[in-house]
Structures are given as C-alpha cells and as structure tokens.
Design a protein around this ligand. Structure first.
Ligand code: ADP
Ligand code: ZN
Ligand code: ZN
Length: 735
C-alpha cells in the first residue's frame, strides 16, 4: 500500500525523540515548511523534516495534516545545525527546531511584514537643541538626547527609551524636529561617523583574518577593553560585505546590545540593511527581522544567543563579541552554548568566525594558545587602548582585615569617593552579588529568614519591608521580632545594593546617587536612561552589580570601588575565580575610558591572592595559564568534558533511586567515562522540589557522546522518570 502516498515526516514540540508521519495530498511540499497537524485530541504546529512515499504506519491509521503553511522556515544549512544540536545536546529534534524559530511563527496565524522606520532629528532640531524643548517634558527630552547621541534609531531602540515614545515622536513631528525613513534597501543618506585608521595591531589582526576570508577559520581576538576590537569587527564586516549578497552575523551578550552599539554599526554601514534580534523586540518585530535575514535581505544581523539559529542564505562571517560571556549558554530547554554552535556553523558553512574578548573563557584560551599541532583557533592580540592618552586604571587592594570598616566601607574608599565628588568626577561602587544579598539576622539567637520551599535564605527588601526568596519568588512581610526568640533587634547582614545605597547617602548626603540592580532596572528602558544620565553627568555615584560590568562607556567615571568579592575566592564552583577575574577586569575597564585617569579599589581580606596580583598588572595571560595548570591537575574543563544529569522530585528517595540507577547503567556502558556518585547541589531544594545531580567526565568527547547515545534513550525509558523531572546538560557552565 505504498503507491501515490505522500508521507510527511513531521517534527513536533513534544519531548519524544522521534518524528511523526502524516499524510498529505499536496505533492510539492518542501522540507522546512510548517504544518498544523492533529496530535491526540489537540492541534499542533510542526515542521516538515522529511518527505517519503512509505510509512511504517498502516495507511488507514495515518492522519492527514490540517494545514500547510507556504513559508519555508529553514534551509538546508539550518537543518544541519538543528540536527547537530539535537544530537550533541541530546534534545529531541522537534523541540530543538521549535525552540529556535521566532515564537510568533508558532501562533496559528501570522501577520505579513510590517513597515519599519528609522528616526533622526532634523537639522533644525539639532541647531535649536534640547534647551528649546518645553520644560518638564522628560520623556521628550530623553528621546531627543538619545537621538542626538545615536544619530539614527529604530522603533525598538526608541521603545527601550520610553514606552510612550510614539507620543514623543508625534510631538517632535509636529514641531518639525523629526524625520523618518523606511528601512529598505534603497540608498540612504547617513551622517558619516569619523573613521579611525587602524593601528599596527589592529591592522595585523585585520590582515590575518582577511586572508582566511573565504574558508573556515576560528579566531580569538584577544584585546583589553577599549583596544579597538569593535573597530576590527567593523572592518572585517566591510570586507565581507564587498561580496555581493553577503550576510554577516554578530552575536553579542544580551546586555551589550545598547542603542549605542547598534547606532555605531548603523552609522558605519549606511548602505546596508541591518536588523537586530533580541528579547526586547516584540514578537512581530522579531519575526520581521528574522524573515529579512532568512530572505537574504538583511545583510547584517546583530543578535543575542538565539540568533545563531537564524537562517541566512549568504552567511559569510560570524563575529562573537565578549566570547566569555555566560549569557551565551542557554540554561533551560535546549541547553546550547551559542559560541560552540557558532563554531559548528562556521565550519559547516566554511566561513570564518571571530571571537573577541578581554578575558577569554579558559576553553577558548586553551584552544587558541596550546601548542601548535593541537591549536584550534588563530590567536590575535590587541595590547593597548586605541584612544591615545587613555590608559588602564590603577588597581589597588584595600586589606579590610587591617582597616576599620564602617558599614562595609573602609576609610580609604570613602576618601577616594569624596575626592571624586570634589573633582566632579563619577564613582562606581560594584557589588559582586552572586549568591550574596542581605538576609535578616537576629542579634541574639542568630535566626535568619529561610524560604520554606527552597534551601535558600530570604533576601531583605528594606524599602518595601519585605523578605523575598530570589529563587521561587516567595514573598513575606518582614517580621518585627525574631520568630524564634522574640528579640526585636533584627538587622540585615551582608551588602545588598539597597544597603550600600543607604550607607552612601549617609556618607555623602549631597551626592546624586543611582542604584542599579535587577529590581531597579527590570527594563532596558531604565538601563538606557542610566547611560544617558551618566553621560550628562547627572549622577555622581553609581551603585550596581554585574549588570554594569559590561562594555559601556562612561567618560567621566574615574573610580571603581569593589566591595565583597571574597566569597567567590573560595566557592565550590570551579569556574568561580575565572568569572570573578573577568568581572573585575571588565568593571575595572569602566574607569578612565576617556582622558580621565582611572582608579580601582578592591576591598578584600586576601590582598595577596593570585587573582588580585594578576588584576593589578592587568595580566590575564598569566592568570589564565595558572588556572589552566590547576584545571589540568584536577582533570576539569578544558582538559575533560563534562555532562551533568540533574533530577528533582517531591521525594528525595525518588531522585536518588533514579540517579543511582542512571549511574550504574552509565558505568556499565563505558570504561572511558568516569561516572560520579549522585550528590545534592548547593541549592538542595527548589520550589518545593528535592534536587540531586551526577556528573559524567571523560577526556574524550567522542567517548562521552557515544555513552550519551545509549544512556539518554535509557533514561527516557526509565519508569522512575515519571516521578522525576530530569535534564541532561552537555558542557554545563553551572553546577
Ligand atoms: P573595544 O571593542 O576593544 O572595547 P572599540 O573598538 O570600541 O574597543 O574602541 C574603543 C575606542 O577607541 C572607540 O571610541 C573607538 O572609536 C576608538 N578607536 C578604535 N580604533 C581606533 C584607532 N585605530 N584610532 C583611534 N581610535 C580608535
Ligand atoms: Zn532570635
Ligand atoms: Zn524559595
């Protein structure tokens, strides 16, 4: 019964590692088209991944598709990428594909492309300037300032400045202050940004990479902040786009995609269509941008990790900025690392890939610097700051074990801030908040507030007078007396951003202070506002967490004070010191970026720790090489490959039974893989679930993958798996 049947192999968003057969009467269906199909009692969106005239299912039992959408949503190259990811990360193909396409596509009806505009100020507006705006119109003012700053902005950027941007644009339009233009391929007139000529190191980097222009090669562009990496990317992109129809993909960490970066690219690529892909776009915008890339119209795509899956028919170059950034790793669902996927893609499409950073991940550092024959990446260095007269900040450690510390601040740091205030320069107080936030402590019995659903402490939110769990969102009123002993003297310990803010206010009542953390800057809007305020010197002291450590220019910032880093020095996570180093290096890079000399004060009880020695001399290389030696001895990444199996259940016994069973099975599968015992993670309970995990380790990726090929299907079949929620994380970043 095989004649004249058209069978579609359809991948669905279900946790089963197989595809499903459906019947169709449309003979010219293509791979990559999506379909609506009946699945049990439901209708589901699926993607055609194969076409056949046979099926193992009896033909009367075969169901027909309900609808076929004409749009082909991925090409052969993307399909290869999905297959690779599905196999390498051991995640079902259907779920892999459907997590990589814009979510708007998955709704049953999708709108056609909408018109998109870019906005700029008219010459009249630039001449009149901000002072001519009506008073108290802060949003209007902000929009105009952003336009002055960026020259040209698209709707997504404007929305990130204010949610009522449309009204501002209308007002400006009535005033004759604004011009808009449609984003098209037509020629446009842009204001030219000054183009620096490359220095010797930049030129060398450009030349070397350009030589490999048309074939696969992976490059590490290692250069301190401000050394001109972005300028090198721009030149490489210009070069790549000389080829007709060529497309370029630039991957950036989420937080780095500021209107400033975007406008820098727009200004330099006036003749090309540039689109962005990130989580601040609306679903419709995302779909539109993605389609422009897929149709080959957008020549430059700047996006965050998910954009690595964007089909681009003429992709010629991939750039990854801040290669070391942890946001490139997806921590749920398909747990891919965008850098690793990008390397696979570059290899498979035979194009170059350039990874830039001041503090490479140890894996990348290893790949770029190990001995010749094993070396996987080309290695290029930029050793000095590109702007003349701009030097690296001086880094000093303050030994807090030898100094009187008042509410977290040593007198040296307080004096340094005062000095900046007098000089009308800006200070940044950096708190490394990872695993560190103020908890409420009873002075008499040491009681602390704990979450009853997670093994975590509740964090004090002083302004709202509430205690909150940062893991599950549990929220309760702050008690007035100790629930355990009745004592009324409860106080918050530890340095949260709010507490630091209160302290700074006490020390410097006259200063203009801004606190930035996840609570105060939920939106990109707030973050952009902050950049503008810093630029306009409306802030004297900025207090913040890692959000602030990444590539933003604050020209008047000359002091960075770092509080409390010590718990990261002795963390059980083997990547903690690598992360701390890169964070401190990045945050130090914020000081003295223009012509103001920068200083960094690090408060620590361990001023002689090698990490600080390396920071003082700005010597990432030495530090990285020392860390590599440690990793080699301990047989950790990059000398070994790891896989983490995480499980959780209402009852600990179920998780343990599942993991023990998994462990024994894995031990029987391969002698080349070390299988560790199940252990509890740092966060033993989460949202009321008991958690445990086990690690697989191997010196050969092939051996590990071979084991996984048998092991993961076994786990899926395991009856205990019904009581246990589990995931496999290949190349985990966090444990
Ligand atoms: P990075 O990406 O390494 O942080 P950027 O490319 O952003 O560095 O460069 C830092 C600053 O130096 C920018 O303002 C840039 O315009 C400027 N710059 C880059 N290259 C040069 C150069 N060759 N000559 C002068 N200025 C440069
Ligand atoms: Zn008590
Ligand atoms: Zn909780």
């Amino acid at each position: 019964m095989t004649d004249t049947l058209h069978i579609l192999k359809v991948a669905l968003d279900v946790p089963l590692d197989r595809v499903f057969d459906y019947r169709t009467d449309k003979p010219n269906t293509q791979i990559g088209q999506y379909v609506v199909v009946p699945f049990g009692a439901r209708k589901m969106i699926g993607v055609v991944v194969g076409i056949s005239d046979t099926s193992s299912i009896e033909s009367k039992k075969l169901k027909s598709i309900i609808r076929l959408d004409p749009e082909v949503i991925f090409d052969e190259q993307s399909f290869k990428l999905f297959q690779f990811c599905s196999q390498y990360y051991h995640y079902p193909l259907g779920q892999t594909i459907l997590s990589a396409v814009p979510s708007r596509l998955k709704k049953i009806n999708t709108k056609a492309m909408t018109k998109k505009y870019l906005y700029r100020l008219t010459p009249k507006a630039i001449e009149l300037g901000i002072d001519q705006l009506p008073p108290r119109q802060t949003t209007l003012k902000r929009v105009v300032m952003a336009l002055i700053d960026a020259t040209l902005l698209d709707e997504a950027s404007l929305r990130s400045i204010s949610s009522s941007w449309k009204k501002s644009i209308e007002t400006l339009d009535e005033m004759g202050w604004i011009e808009k233009e449609e984003i098209t391929l037509d020629d446009k007139v842009y204001i030219q940004a000054p183009i620096p000529s490359l220095n010797d190191e930049q030129k060398k980097a450009f030349d070397e990479i350009s030589k490999t222009n048309k074939t696969f090669a992976a490059w590490l562009l290692y250069g301190i902040t401000g050394s001109g990496k972005t300028e090198v990317y721009i030149r490489l992109i210009e070069e790549a786009l000389k080829k007709e129809h060529a497309q370029v993909l630039v991957l950036v960490p989420e937080i780095n995609l500021t209107p400033q970066l975007e406008s820098r690219f727009r200004a330099r690529f006036e003749k090309y269509m540039l689109v962005t892909l990130h989580s601040h776009l609306t679903d419709n915008e995302r779909l539109t941008h993605w389609r422009l890339a897929k149709e080959g119209q957008a020549q430059i795509v700047i996006g965050t990790r998910l954009s690595i899956f964007t089909p681009m028919p003429h992709l010629s170059l991939i750039i990854i900025d801040e290669e070391h950034d942890a946001s490139f790793k997806q921590q749920e669902g398909l747990r891919y690392h965008a850098r690793d996927v990008a390397i696979f893609r570059a290899k498979s499409e035979n194009i170059p890939i350039v990874m830039g950073t001041a503090t490479p991940s140890l894996e990348t550092w290893f790949n770029a610097t190990k001995t010749k024959d094993a070396k996987k990446f080309g290695f290029l260095k930029l050793t000095s700051r590109a702007v003349l007269d701009s030097t690296l900040p001086e880094i000093k450690c303050i030994d807090i074990s030898k100094s009187t510390v008042t509410k977290g601040f040593s007198p040296y740091l307080v004096e340094a801030i005062r000095d900046r205030l007098n000089k009308k320069e800006q200070s940044l107080i950096f708190i490394n908040r990872r695993g560190f936030a103020p908890v409420l402590l009873c002075s008499s019995c040491q009681w602390t507030g704990r979450c009853h659903r997670c093994s975590s402490r509740l964090v004090v939110h002083l302004n709202q007078k509430r205690l909150r769990c940062h893991h599950c969102g549990h929220d309760e009123k702050m008690p007035l007396q100790c629930p355990s002993c009745g004592n009324t003297d409860l106080y918050p310990t530890g340095l949260g951003t709010q507490r630091v803010e209160e302290t700074i206010k006490e020390f410097f009542p006259e200063a203009r202070i801004l606190r930035v953390d996840r609570d105060s800057t939920k939106t990109k809007e707030a973050l952009n506002d902050l950049f503008l305020k810093m630029k306009n010197r409306e802030i004297d002291i900025l207090i913040g967490t890692q959000m602030l450590s990444k590539g933003h220019d604050f020209p008047y910032l000359s002091l960075v004070g770092v509080l409390d880093t010590d718990q990261a020095l002795y963390s059980p996570d083997f990547r903690a010191s690598e992360r701390l180093f890169s964070q401190l290096m990045q945050v130090s890079g914020r000081a003295g970026r223009a012509k103001t000399k920068g200083e960094v004060y690090i408060q620590t009880a361990f001023p002689n720790h090698p990490i600080f020695e390396a920071l003082k001399t700005h010597d990432y290389e030495h530090f990285a090489n020392e860390l590599l030696k440690e990793r080699e001895l301990a047989e950790l990444s990059p000398f070994a490959f790891l896989v983490l199996l995480k499980g959780e259940a209402h009852q600990l016994a179920h998780v343990m039974q599942f993991l023990n069973d998994a462990m024994i099975h894995a031990q029987n599968l391969s002698a080349h893989v070390t299988v560790y015992n199940p252990v509890r993670p740092m966060m033993e309970r989460l949202k009321g679930m008991e958690r445990a995990q086990l690690v697989l380790q191997a010196s050969s990726r092939v051996a590990l993958q071979k084991l996984l090929n048998d092991w993961v299907p076994y786990l899926r079949e395991n009856k205990l798996a019904q009581k246990v929620k589990w995931v496999v994380d290949v190349d985990p970043l966090e444990f």
